[in-house]
Design a protein around this ligand. Sequence first.
Ligand code: FEO
Length: 401
Amino acid sequence: MAVHEIKPNIYSVGAIDWDRRLFDELIPLPDGTSYNAYLIKGTQKIALIDTVDPPKEHELIDNLNKLRINNIDYVISNHAEQDHSGTIPKVLELYQHAKVITNPKCKSLLMDLLLIPDDKFITVHDKDTISLGDKTLEFIMAPWVHWPETMLTYLREDKILFPCDLFGSHLAASELFVQNECEVYESAKRYYAEIMMPFRTNIKKHLEKIKELTIEIIAPSHGQLYKRPEFIIGAYRDWVSDEVKNEVIIPFVSMHGSTGKMVDYFVDALIKRGLTVKPFNLTRTDIGELAIALVDAATIVIGSPTVLTGPHPSVVYAAFLANALRPKLKFASLIGSYGWGSRIEDHIIGMLPNLKVEIIKPVIIKGYPEEEDFTSLDRLADEILKRHKDLNILENEEQLK
Ligand code: FEO
């Protein structure tokens, strides 16, 4: 990434990773990502906010050289995960007087993960400030977005919030600031779904906390910067709220067509009742798309055939993920099939302890579905409709009468 001046004496000096397609060897990155780092030159001190993933170390160093930076006083570490902290050791090697400013928990992690010595740190606590001369950095503790040590940095005079992962998106783009809010909305929602959703309750509290700040620019550590902070803050308020939408998510696998036929029938049955349905064939789906769908949905119905009396392994993976991401689902059920015996109901329901959901009676059938099985699926669709009605989330009441 080229050096960009955000405001006088405030620069973006990070790196774009156009080609990266997987994060943590787990999360698909269809649009690449960036590791944003920021240099702030005060009249007395110079601070670097976060660094970059180590494979991109040379790009950060090149950018600092382009700005003819001979001295860095402070490296602010908002978050110890290596995609932001991994180049701190290199920066400390090149700028030997630099101190790492962070909170005690982050310091401890940086010492463990990157072997940074104790005497390199200055620790700060909530609302502490550090002066760079004409610029003041304020530190806001915001644990669990998404590690326990995370904090935000606020540049008071310029009204810029540097929230590291929070509000970020895995999106490689040549423009520094958001140009297309629709495109960024999708990337930011994917990012929220995959990384932030399990910490919804914590994020709610942090959103309240930052209400006190006047923010003109949000400069996250992944993706583009926001000149209209209310766009991303508003989206987050929606995602972390307790409100669910009239949506049924159906992650499924079918081996020989029985479960597939059930899913086909069931999808139509739900649509006829005015429900929005999102089926995900787990043999083909991008798991990130499933995560995005889980952000708002009221109901999940998992579809699985039986493999050695248990669920299909791809279904196990999806159920594990849904449980780990802790979406705000209200209802769950299961449809599926078997040849001679099945324990998929116990198995899958047992995998969802984190979901605060009502389990609606599953439909598990022997062999290929027959008329009575379709009747059972209609009954399940009716039960879901009734519950969505009770939540007042149906948008097209008229067409249902
Ligand atoms: Fe972008 Fe949690 O690291």
